[in-house]
Design a protein around this ligand. Sequence first.
Ligand code: FES
Length: 276
Amino acid sequence: MSAAPIKAPESTTGVFSKGRAAIAARTLRTDRWWLPPLVTVLGFAAFIIYATVRSFQHDYYWVDQYHYLTPFYSPCLSDGCVAGSSHFGTPIPDLPHWIPLGFLVLPFLLLFRLTCYYYRKAYYRAVWFSPPACAVAEPHAKYTGETRLPLLIQNAHRYFFYIAGIIAVINTLDAIKSFHSADGGFGLGLGSVIITVNALLLWAYTLSCHSCRHISGGRLKHFSKHPVRYWFWTKISVLNTRHMLLAWTTLGTLMLTDFYVMLVASETISDPRLIG
Ligand code: FES
């Protein structure tokens, strides 16, 4: 069956512009091309709903006995933080309930992920339909790319990467502090393992960033003259090939870590202990 030719609108720059193949159907694909965008949007929605509910809950984020702090509330810098959860002091007064206790880092973490090269691809397809899949026409008549607001902000990704590096250091300190026993010495429980694995995976995701790869090995004319940067670049390039996997894995481990801390903090379950 042949599709009838369509008349291209005069002023468009998208797939229906002059010079593009005049095909009436939005796509000739017969496979389930809509499945990956659907799964993507469901995954994002699950994370956003969970993180929003937990961030505004203001409860069950700290296990005083074992020094477990959920990453959604770290660092906890307000006078309203429960005793012991503020590893860097409380320079900020008590906050109204509509401000999350992790308000200082959550916007930057969100911007880091929103401007991530992988997430861009994912939500441009799944949310923006620009385009929804290969060989499926987008609904927009014009395409201006990332050359004007609001998408111009995507170009600031490198700066959000720097901030994410600082937050990864804070998560690492939280992981070290989680090796704490009820009597005040060294301790090891399932919570310590979960918090530490989450911190390591956050490092892997952060270091596998395309900006990090460019910072380590970009703009060099001769790798042979920069052996240290070349070494970093090769290692980060290996991680970078798994960036999409790490992007999804860390969404999962962030939720899992927070959920586990919430269960222990609310005394729904007790933490299995190997030491202390
Ligand atoms: Fe994904 Fe930088 S490209 S975090």
